[in-house]
Design a protein around this ligand. Structure first.
Ligand SMILES: [Zn+2]
Length: 252
């Protein structure tokens, strides 16, 4: 994050992405939605239906700023790597919430519960954009005010746990400890891992992760850092966990 701006400076965030796109093949595109601040997508021009893509989104909850800066800083350090495969990033899906430090958007809506609604102004745009695309890895970056450490949601539809989940947590543990709670958000958790059943989506609506998992590729992780830790550490932790996830997904 630039030293001279606040964690919720949306213009600075987009300015930095634009600056990065000038030096690299990354492209920043504006996505307009009615009655709302535009949000942005970042691609590298390789997106196609033929090749699986890396999808990462952040800032769907506006009071979770660290991942937005972490994704930017990680991309700044890894733009060379990002020329090797198609990428689609959404650096901040809830710009109004980001500016106002609000989990919800300006209509009081939780944008992480609307992914079953194809006519919502946000999902309408994204669902159209990702139609026919497959993701070799999708990451949804979040933070949690109740957390005492880092944790990951790994969608569960039977079978053994994904070995990668623990490896990703180990990378994050260099900066912040694992969440020690046995129950997180009403679900069982063990060693910082929650495996929500794909067949039991939240009653309030479909989250982004579940939609992506069911429609675009089964390797999906929702990565969480504790909001009460220092911003700098949260940014470093997210970067480390993005780095490890992508390393695991792209090693040959
Ligand atoms: Zn969140």
């Amino acid at each position: 994050m630039p030293r001279n701006c606040s964690a919720h400076d949306y213009s600075a965030l987009i300015r930095k992405w634009r600056a990065l796109s000038k030096k690299t093949p990354l492209r920043v595109g504006k996505v307009s939605t009615p009655k709302s601040l535009p949000f942005f997508e970042v691609t590298n021009g390789l997106l196609s239906r033929e090749k699986p893509c890396l999808y990462i989104s952040a800032g769907i909850h506006g009071d979770e700023p660290a991942p937005c800066w972490a994704l930017l800083e990680w991309a700044e350090k890894n733009h060379g790597l990002l020329q090797n495969f198609p990428v689609l990033f959404y650096p901040c899906l809830n710009p109004w919430g980001f500016v106002h430090n609000s989990r919800l958007d300006e209509n009081g809506e939780d944008l992480n519960r609307i992914w079953g609604d194809v006519f919502h102004p946000l999902t309408e745009q994204i669902l159209k954009r990702i139609e026919g695309l497959s993701f070799f890895l999708s990451l949804n970056l979040h933070e949690d005010f109740d957390a005492n450490g880092i944790y990951i949601y790994e969608p569960y539809r039977g079978g053994r746990p994904d070995r990668w989940t623990n490896q990703i947590l180990q990378a994050g543990k260099k900066f912040l400890p694992l969440d020690t709670r046995k129950r997180i958000d009403g679900k069982n958790a063990k060693n910082g891992i929650i495996r929500p059943r794909v067949s039991h989506p939240p009653k309030e609506g479909v989250p982004e992760a579940l939609y992506l998992f069911q429609n675009h590729g089964i390797r999906n992780f929702t990565i969480e850092t504790p909001s009460e830790a220092s911003l700098e550490k949260r940014i470093l932790t997210h970067q480390a966990m993005i780095q490890e996830s992508v390393r695991l997904a792209t090693r040959t």
